[in-house]
Design a protein around this ligand. Structure first.
Ligand code: ZN
Length: 203
């Protein structure tokens, strides 16, 4: 995939994500892997609903800039994910209300979800009957520490589809931007359902 094609895919994803209200106030960041040793990432401080090709830059898989620009601090989480799993081709990090609230309501290191048909939107799931678990890590402003925590969690047990950062938001990933977008949409739907169940006292 060329940098330009990758940028176009993320520009389109950003417009749609912004319409859902999942990246307010320049929050969030997106990336696509470009081969074995680099990724295209959004630059710091750009609004994700109004991205242009100039809002992207390339970094190596340790977050070091390879082209002009200032990468977002959270780039280190994206590049850690690319190093941990070479099947990950795209990462979308968003700050939605459901992911922010639900991760604060859950004290555990995992969010468990079961009984929802939408679980099948997450690759590898054929049924609503099994419980799925999404990792939650505590928030910090130290992105090197956050990336290290995720690496340690991963080595204990590889993670699937995405992870929540408590009180902060969601990292969703996939083989490519389409699969990452489907995982993002499926997870957000599940978060909204789970929050509604808890609001109604059904959990
Ligand atoms: Zn963030």
């Amino acid at each position: 995939m060329t940098p330009s094609t990758a940028a176009q895919a993320l520009i389109e994803a950003g417009r749609w994500i912004n319409q859902q209200g999942w990246c307010p106030a320049t929050g969030g960041n997106f990336s696509i892997r470009l081969g074995d040793d680099r990724a295209l990432v959004t630059q710091s401080g750009r609004h994700k609903g109004h991205l242009t090709e100039q809002d992207f830059m390339q970094v190596d898989l340790f977050g070091t800039p390879l082209t002009e620009g200032k990468p977002s601090a959270e780039t280190l989480v994206h590049t850690a994910l690319y190093r941990l799993d070479d099947t990950i081709g795209a990462v979308l990090h968003t700050h939605s209300v459901p992911s922010t609230v639900l991760s604060r309501l859950t004290a555990d290191d995992w969010l468990s979800l079961e009984g929802f048909e939408m679980q099948k939107s997450l690759s590898g799931n054929q049924t609503h009957e099994e419980s799925i678990r999404l990792a939650i890590v505590d928030n910090t402003q130290d992105m090197t520490a956050l990336a290290n925590t995720i690496e340690q969690r991963w080595h204990t047990q590889p993670l699937s589809w995405g992870l929540l950062v408590r009180g902060h938001g969601l990292y969703a990933w996939g083989r490519d931007s389409q699969e990452a977008t489907r995982h993002l949409e499926g997870l957000e739907f599940l978060f909204a359902c789970e929050l509604e169940m808890r609001r109604l006292g059904a959990r």
